[in-house]
Every structure is written in C-alpha cells, then in structure tokens.
Design a protein around this ligand. Structure first.
Ligand SMILES: [Zn+2]
Length: 670
C-alpha cells in the first residue's frame, strides 16, 4: 500500500474542462424520464374500455388461428411431397416381390444402392470415432421397441441409405500394430517408469509421475458407449521397490477392486495364464478394503499388496484408488483383471488347433485386419453336427470385459480335453461353438463398446444402415452353418460387471412367452448348479428382454434361444483366481448340456426345429437356394428375409413356384 498509493482523483472545479463533461450526463438523465413520461400520460388517456379489449382479443385470436391453419396446410403439402419422393427413391433401394429386376431367376434384388460387392476393397473405419459415439448404434441396453421397433422401421421403405464398410476376408489389410505413444510412458526421478503402451490398454488416460515411485493415472469422464471398468499398465525398472499408482476419477464401484500383477510383461504368452492345480491351497485372505482374496500360487497373476481409496462415495461420485505393490521383476504388468488379449487368443488358437476334437473356423478379418475365428469342439461328423444339440458361447461384445473370455475358454478346454467322464461323453453328444474374443480390435485398444449392436442390417436410425466387417463375417459363418443343416440351439453372451457381490448372474432371458417355462427351467438349473459349486450367484428375478442388434438376438433367426450371462471374478465379497473363473465356464456348459438332454431339452429342440423349418422354407421361397443371393451378405439376406411373409401365408404364384422347385432339391424341408 505504501509503495503504491491509490492515485487521487484530480480536483475538479466549475472552471475546469472536465466540469462540463461531468455535468452533461446529469442533464441527459433528467431529460430521458421526461421524454418517456409524456407518452405514458397519452396512453393512459387513450386506454380502451373492457369491452373494446375483449373485442380486440377475439379478433387477434381468429387471426392467429387462420395463420395456424395456413401453416399446417403448407406443412402437410410439404410433408406429403417429401414422403412421395422418399417412397419413389425407396422402391429403387428396397427389394420387394413386386420389383421386376431379378438378379437370378425369379428373385428380386435392389436395383441401386452404394453397397459394395463382397469382393471389393474394404474401407477402414476410424476407430477413434466409431467406438466413441457411432450414431447409427443404439446405446447398450436401449429398448428398441421404444424407438419404434425393428419391424416398424422395416415397414417404411425408402427411409434407408445403404452404406457398407465391408470387404472380403481376403481383401482385409494386415493388422496394424498399435504404435507406442510417448505421452503414455512416464518416468519418475528414480528411473521407475509407468507405461500404458500395452496391448489392451485404453489410450485416453492422463498419466503423471507425482513423486519418486509414485504415479497418477486420471480417467476422463465417460462418453457415450463408455463404461470404464478396465485398466492395464506396465511397471518398469521397479524390481524390489514399492511403487504407488493412484487411479483417479473412477466410479465408486472400483473401491472393492484388487488389481493383479504378473512379473512377466508379455500379455500374449500362454505360460503367463496357466492355472496349475495346488495341492494345499491356502484359505482366502480378507483384504483391508473388503474382499476375500483366494490363493494364486498356481498362477502367474497375484493380487497387489495394498489397496486403499478416497473420494466421493455417493452413487455418481468418482473416487481415487491407491494401489501399492512391491514389484519382483524389472518389467511387470498390472491390471484390474487378468487380460485376455488378441495376441494371447491367437497363441491359444494355435495351441488347440491340432486337438482332434477341435476345428478352428477362420471366418475373416476385423476392420483393422485382426483374424476372426470360431472354435468348434465336437460335432466331428456331419451326422453329429446335424443331430447333436449345439451350444454357442461367445464373450467380449463389450471388448474390455475380460472375465467372459476366461469363462468361455474354461468351457472349451474342459470339453476338448475330456477332463471328466462327463466331458468325454459330451464331446460326442453335443457340439460347442465358441468365440472367446468377439471384438479383437476393441480389445487391443481397450475399448468398451465398438461392435456390440452392429448385428443387424437395418438399424432403427433411419438415416444409416451400415454393415460392419465383424458382424458380416460372423453372421456369414453362422448362416452357412445353419444352411448346411447344422444345429444351433442355445446362445450365451458373456459379460463382466464393474463390481457386484455375486460371481454369476443371468442378466437377460428373451421375453418369449411360449418358451418361458423352458427358458426359466434351464436357467434355474444352471444357476443352482453354479451356486452348489461354491460360487456366489444373483438370485433376483432375471430381466426379460431381447438384446436387439446383438449377435445373440440375431441367432433367433435360426430359432436359437439366447441368454445373457454376467460372470465376475471381482466380487466385492470374494475375488476369484483365473482357475476358478475358468471352472465357472465348465459348470455352466455342463449343466446347460445336461438340461438339453433332459425332457425340457426335448421340447426346446422341437420348438427350435419348428422355427428352423419355417426359416428354411422362407429362404428357399424368396432366394431359391441356400447359396443365393450372391450379392447379399448373409447379414443382409437373413435380416431382409425375416420380414418377408411366411410360405404358408403367401398366395404369390411366383414365390410358391420357386419354393416347390427348391423343395425338389431339398425334400427335407417339405
Ligand atoms: Zn458388458
């Protein structure tokens, strides 16, 4: 204050130049109110009477109504013009039985549209944008019936713009390695480093060294289709040292999470994910932050030494997890759950490919060129594939939910190895189809939801219909599988929750009333068996809904029944080790198979057979042969077919003629 005294306002006097300036506003102030007061007096004098006011209001109202009617009429004319235009355009896009542009004898196809032929070069979709929002994709769990419904949309020809991002399996590019990002590796003052340049790590965190052997990883707010429950990183140059990692900005369900550490930093090596049987496993130990932690001495992934947390704990609050661990090696991986990465998956496939009970179907390549495959166990002969019940288990439609992969792998290994007498018998009595990692691109980039709701040719959003590479390849395989008369009876999709007290939950049953008894009975049996095997199960009533636009729901085209299962190795009460998580898969598979061979299973098979027959006849009637139509992807063919009339309901002679002709070649569908 002493050094910078406030400058004094200059003294002003009547004779100074500033005096006239300061006075002028005063005069203006006085004049302005006077100018406004005078008209006010006039208005008061001219104020209309009540009767006059009522008249004025009535006149204004009639004028407004007239204007409104005129606008409505104009809008109606404009709308009908647009609709007519759309309808005309639509007729040229949408196949209908009245179209006269057959591509093969008697079968109508669209006359125009920018869908690329199946053998064209694929266009690569920018994942950074497609995974984030994807405006053609409903957010997970969206009830499509609220949005007008799948069928109601299909009934509006002309509202579709066809866009394809699909190429053939052979034309797909080689997989591009995810380049290291220098911003995702940080060093502290002692040379210890934390790196997120790891396969499967998301790349959107802010990471910092906040002190010696102390790092902070900050999660951003979640965007559309994002739900952060996954984290993996590499800790370098830390052998024998305690390092603290703060995971900041995560949902409060993270507070019960106990990360695991592997002293080998290769997430693709099979040896890093083995579960050796332990003769005398120690009893689970209660961690300070809550959960019981099982013995991991037969495995390479071990729970960290200490976890604490702070931050807001109300429902929508974000917390910080403080993870302390003394590392044993110079380069270790730390993750929320043991990761099942695309490179590990390829090594796993290579290791089982020569198993006599296994067939690995290479079905194509992902958008970024990663191999897509379906594992078949059993069904060794054509007769077995056509007659034995078939279960189809897949995981990772949410690409960052690792637990489902290990559960599905557990089921595959139990069956193919014939680990028990029952497994050896079942290998010859059922066919297992399995996809442990549905979305390898999403998994490699640590993304949550990239392709889950792309298993539909038509979306509910009228502007865009987009065929995504993965969806096309998987559905191509499955449709060809069913068209070859192979069975496909029960479909499981596996997820893992952020956190829950249970290890197993049936999260979804289809709301089919006719099948309700079968669906519930099978699920109750599986849940009981899982519980009696020592796992914690969620016994609350199961939600009934169709998982529209997902692969499991798509399989209903073949009459298959589908279930959504949540498996959880990070129960807030007791965590599971890798072996226990795999074992869960064997319990679910064996009980499901048992049910399929029981009396409920027989009525289920009968019901599925009826739907399969309808579908086959419809296919033959509209497409003439199972090889056709050539210019449709199977994804498109199946979806378009699903809204066509049933053979029994049509009187169209051309269609019936084509069906009869086809039935001469396929008498089994008579
Ligand atoms: Zn999920």
């Amino acid at each position: 204050m002493a050094d910078n005294p406030r400058p004094r306002r200059p003294r002003t006097g009547p004779s100074s130049t500033t005096s006239s300036n300061t006075r002028r506003p005063e005069r203006l102030k006085r004049q302005v109110p006077r100018a406004t007061e005078e008209p006010a007096k006039d208005e008061k004098a001219k104020r209309p009477s009540r009767a006059q006011l009522a008249k004025l209001r009535a006149a204004r109202k009639t004028a407004q109504e007239k204007a409104k009617q005129q606008t409505n009429r104009r809008m109606l004319i404009a709308a009908s013009a647009v609709l007519t235009l759309l309808f005309i355009v639509g007729l040229s896009y949408w196949p209908s039985s009245s179209s006269n542009t057959p591509a093969y004898p008697g079968v109508p196809t669209p006359t125009a549209g920018p869908v690329q032929p199946a053998n064209s070069q694929p266009s690569i979709v920018d994942l950074s944008s497609s995974g984030q929002a994807g405006n053609h994709i409903l957010s997970p769990g969206t009830d499509i019936s609220q949005a007008g419904g799948f069928n109601s949309f299909l009934n509006q020809p002309g509202t579709t713009t066809l866009v394809s991002t699909v190429g053939s399996a052979n034309a797909a590019p080689e997989v591009a390695p995810v380049p290291d990002d220098p911003l995702l590796t940080v060093s502290d003052s002692t040379g210890v480093r934390l790196s997120l340049n790891v396969e499967g790590a998301a790349r959107f965190y802010d990471i910092k060294a906040v002190g010696p052997r102390h790092f902070r990883v900050t999660f951003p707010p979640e965007g559309p289709n994002e739900y952060f429950s996954w984290f993996i990183a590499r800790v370098e140059n830390a052998a024998g040292q305690q390092v603290q990692i703060d995971i900041k900005g995560v949902r409060r369900h993270w507070r019960s999470q106990t990360p695991v550490v592997c002293s080998d930093d290769d997430p693709s090596a099979l040896k890093n994910f083995e579960s050796r049987p332990v003769s005398n496993p120690r009893k689970p130990v209660e961690a300070a932050h809550g959960p019981l932690l099982p013995d991991t001495s037969g495995e390479q992934w071990h729970f960290v030494d200490e976890v604490t947390n702070d931050g807001k704990t109300h429902k929508r609050g974000r917390i910080t997890l403080h993870v302390k661990h003394t590392y044993k090696s110079d380069s270790s991986l730390i993750a929320i759950r043991p990761p099942y990465t695309p490179s590990y998956h390829e090594n796993y496939l290579a290791s089982i490919e020569s198993d006599p009970y296994v067939t690995v179907h290479r079905v194509g390549k992902s958008e970024l060129g990663r191999p897509l495959s379906v594992i078949q166990v059993g069904g060794l002969t054509e007769t077995a594939r056509k007659e034995n019940p078939c279960l189809f288990l897949y995981a990772r439609e949410h690409a960052d939910e690792q637990d489902g992969s290990w559960t599905v792998q557990g089921a595959i290994d139990w069956l193919r190895k014939g680990e028990t007498a029952e497994a050896r018998r079942l290998r010859d009595e059922i066919t297992l189809l399995a996809i442990p990692l549905l979305d390898p691109d999403g998994a490699a980039l640590g993304m949550h939801d990239r392709i889950m709701t792309t298993f539909s040719y038509i979306t509910t959003v009228p502007e865009v219909t987009q065929e995504r590479t993965e969806a096309v390849h998987y559905t191509q395989f499955l449709t060809n599988w069913v068209n070859a008369e192979n069975r496909l009876d029960i479909v499981h999709t596996y997820h893992n929750p952020g956190a829950a007290g249970w290890h197993f939950q049936c999260a979804m049953i289809e709301p089919d009333k006719e099948r309700a008894a079968m669906l519930n009975s099978l699920n109750n049996a599986v849940t009981r068996d899982v519980e009696s095997s020592g796992y914690r199960v969620d016994t609350r009533p199961v939600k009934k809904f169709y998982a529209h636009m997902r692969l499991c729901k798509w399989c209903r085209h073949y009459g298959s029944m589908n279930y959504g299962y949540e498996v959880n190795a990070r129960s807030t009460k007791r965590h599971l080790n890798l072996g226990e998580l795999r074992q869960l898969g064997t319990v679910i598979l064996s009980e499901s198979a048992r049910q399929l061979h029981g009396p409920r299973g027989n009525s289920l098979i009968t019901d599925i057979d009826a739907l399969r027959l309808q579908r086959a006849r419809r296919w033959l009637m509209h497409y003439g042969d199972f090889d056709a139509p050539d210019d449709y992807t199977r994804l498109k063919a199946e979806d378009v077919l699903s809204v066509k009339s049933l053979p029994e309901w049509t009187e169209d002679r051309e269609l019936l003629g084509r069906l009869n002709d086809a039935l001469n070649r396929y008498p089994q569908y008579r």
